[in-house]
Design a protein. Structure first.
Length: 437
């Protein structure tokens, strides 16, 4: 074996583990094991994990036929070299196990067999002992092994440990996240609040946007709950549970009032939402909203999934228009019935000419394409009057009404805005057929 280029070997191994072909922790650690085994001329290299008093082989690389150990094999720690190396009863470098009295007491010394052996512990960044990084020869002893080889083992063990730690912590976090979302779904640890959408010309509520509110721990905003649900494969279950809860409001609200539901494009494309809404719900009183932040991978598939629902009266809305490029792509590709102006565009619009110009452009587009405009995030009377001047006749925001439970929402449905009607000048007047529905 040639051990003259240790630095080059480390550089080569680390570069191999960062190429696109070697992205997973399994590939990374396996590559490291193969490299160190070949470099030291060993028969077998492995990483073991200590689990409840047992030593389990998690990664194994072998250069011989009929490798005596396999991934998943396990046995008592006390009967292993690994435990004795960690507690100091065996040295990390053994030239010949048959010459070591402590090693001779272990059945594995002759069962595998083990002759030359190197082993170093793997510790995580918080000091937790994970297991060991080891290699051994079965056929012969090797008295050329030295401290430089042991340092090489430590370097590779540290790199492998970092990879494994990142993987394990990510897996633990994913499991905790899955458990948290699963519990929220099963225990129905959420409620639905409804924010009124006012028709400014008719001076009353025309619909409500349903908004989920979670009471589970840890406390976090709804967008975090839904994002984490998507990350662990529970997006469909959580969104459908929230939608089913929100649709209950239709029973209590007048037939002239609709309910808007926020939904992920993928859950429309999959047919899950269509199956739920197909259970006798009045589609003409339902609006599905897709936000600027929702990625759409296949507009044709989304449009196809929406088509039969829209044919039966369901309306489709693009939320957060003006907040970014994605919302304009949604609008151009999906021809929404409703375009909702983002609150970032509405905030201080009364004093921001550029925001007024962008809002006017979107409103003009809506008029030309037959979409309805709703302004979101309305917080002041001055903003309201500016929007009226621009031709907006539907709006929602804290100035008009905060999200509330269904009982208070039912009271809000009879609320009228006691605000002075804006009377536009002739220059301000224009056709409103597309935005007064």
């Amino acid at each position: 074996m040639d051990k003259s280029n240790d630095a080059d070997l480390i550089s080569k191994a680390l570069s191999l583990t960062t190429t696109p072909e070697h992205k997973s922790v399994d590939d990374n650690v396996s590559e490291v094991l193969r490299t160190i085994r070949e470099h030291l001329g060993m028969d077998v290299a492995f990483v073991s994990e200590f689990i409840d008093g047992n030593r389990q082989f998690q990664y194994v690389d072998s250069g011989i036929e009929g490798c005596p150990i396999q991934v998943g094999d396990a046995g008592p720690l006390e009967e292993s070299f690994c435990q004795r190396v960690v507690d100091g009863r065996l040295p990390e470098l053994i030239h010949d196990a048959l010459e070591n009295p402590e090693a001779q007491q272990l059945a594995v010394t002759r069962a595998l067999p083990v002759r030359s052996h190197l082993s170093v512990p793997i510790y995580f960044s918080d000091g937790e002992l994970y297991g060991t990084f080891c290699c051994f020869n079965s056929s012969s002893a090797d008295h050329t092994l030295d401290k430089r080889d042991l340092e090489m083992m430590r370097t590779f063990a540290a790199f492998s440990g970092k990879q494994i730690e990142q993987h394990i912590k990510a897996d633990r976090a994913r499991k905790e996240k899955h458990s948290r979302i699963r519990s929220a779904i099963d225990s129905k640890a959420f409620s639905v609040h409804y924010q009124p959408i006012f028709h400014l010309e008719r001076n009353g509520v025309t619909g409500f946007e349903s908004l989920a509110r979670f009471n589970g721990e840890p406390r976090r905003t709804p967008d975090v709950w839904f994002r984490e649900a998507a990350e662990v494969g529970l997006s469909e279950e959580l969104e459908l549970a929230a939608i089913a809860e929100a649709l209950a409001a239709l029973t209590y609200l007048p037939e002239s009032v609709y309910v808007a539901l926020n939904i992920s494009p993928n859950n429309i494309i999959s047919g899950a939402v269509g199956n739920l809404l197909g259970r006798g719900f009045p589609l003409e009183r339902i609006v599905l909203e897709v936000t600027e932040h929702a990625a759409v991978s296949d507009y044709a598939a989304l449009a196809s999934a929406l088509a039969p629902l829209r044919k039966k009266g369901l309306r489709f809305a693009v939320d957060d228009a003006g907040a970014g490029y994605a919302s304009f792509l949604h609008i151009l590709n999906l021809s929404p019935d409703i375009i909702k102006l983002d609150m970032s565009l509405i905030r201080d619009i009364d004093s921001m000419p550029k925001q007024q110009a962008l809002a006017a452009a979107i409103i003009g587009f809506a008029e030309q394409t037959g979409s309805i405009i709703i302004a979101e995030g309305l917080e002041t009377e001055s903003e309201l009057e500016t929007l009226r001047a621009l031709g907006v006749v539907k709006a929602q925001g804290y100035y008009l009404g905060k999200p509330t439970e269904i009982g208070l929402a039912m009271e809000l449905q009879n609320t009228h805005l006691f605000l002075p009607r804006h009377r536009p000048s002739k220059a301000e007047r224009r056709p409103r057929s597309a935005i007064t529905r």
